[in-house]
Design a protein around this ligand. Sequence first.
Ligand SMILES: Cc1ncc(COP(=O)(O)O)c(C=O)c1O
Length: 390
Amino acid sequence: MSYGFDFDQEINRDRSHSVKYDGRQAMFGKSDVIPAWVADMDFAAPPAVTRALIERAHHPIYGYTQFPDSLYEALIGWMQHRHGWTVQRDWIVMCPGVVPSIHAAVLALTQPGESIVIQPPVYFPFFSAASQTGRQLLQNPLRLDNDRYTIDFEHLEQCARQAKFLLLCSPHNPAGRVWSPAELERLLQLASAHNLTIFSDEIHHDLIYPGHRHHVLAALAAHHCSIITAVAPSKTFNIPGLNLSALIIPDKTIRTAIIKAFDTLHVNASNPFSITAFEAAYRDGEAWLEALVYYLRDTRDDVCAYLMQHLPEVKVIPAQGTYLLWLDCRTWGLSDAQLKHFFIHEAGVGLNPGVQFGHEGSGFMRLNIGMPRHTVLRILKKITEAKFCR
Ligand SMILES: Cc1ncc(COP(=O)(O)O)c(C=O)c1O
């Protein structure tokens, strides 16, 4: 099948200072595993982004740079067109990354000792947002029934009585869930009843497989009140190293508090290259993204088919979004240390151990499929062969 862009092209990332490749020794204790861990992709960024960066580089002065109107317009246009959400310009706060924003929001909106609710298994910096800021973690583990993760609303209600801040991952990394409007509405009701502020990390919200639709939480809220929405072109267009994201905060008091936290830390997000890429991606990257989603969908389906045929005891949790697949290896009965050892030293592949995402991830592995499909299949083959050699 032709996708219109060459996602099968293999690009050598060695010695490009890439965390995923050059960080293998530090992460896995060896540098020859096929890396499928940290969440960036091995695809060239959209040609429109590369063209814009080259053009910017031709201007040989890389001085302090401010955010142009055209950058805000590109983001507002994208949110309207792709997500049906009308965003006002003064709601937008630019910031280098989503993780720093989470920390800034926690510092700005909660007090030391207060609790933060997270829903594991979940992206691991959600844990450190509490542990590194002197806040308490209140965990509302997702429920896993019939290979599908859902929110435990009864338990969440109990948590909401003891906390005023919730970190939501939407779509969810690593569970691959794209939350339904009904789930999000229920969350909003609960938040409203208990005065819960929600930080909605929607960084993966453009990577949604056909048949599913992402709903921006704040767009569903009758009054936007206490929701901070984090978005970025970084996962969508594979430019995370450029470090630029945006918070969308309709509530003025919350917005002012977060801006103050950034100002206190002197976090300066403006950078001539990140600004250029951000704007070009949102303005001219849509055709590339649409092709990418089909490519990833086909890869996801091939992974499921391959495992079903060759290694049926490993179950893939059906991902509705994101390029991260959550593999349930629990039937092997290995401890997490044994599982890690098996993947690294016997199969020679570098995935994220599920326990990194909380105890609920015990016995799971996270596979990043953002790479040429033949490489993903090579990884699966190596896992299968290693399993049969045991
Ligand atoms: C849910 C989620 N939030 C945030 C990030 C990282 O965001 P940033 O690089 O902008 O800090 C990731 C990266 O994997 C992620 O999966």
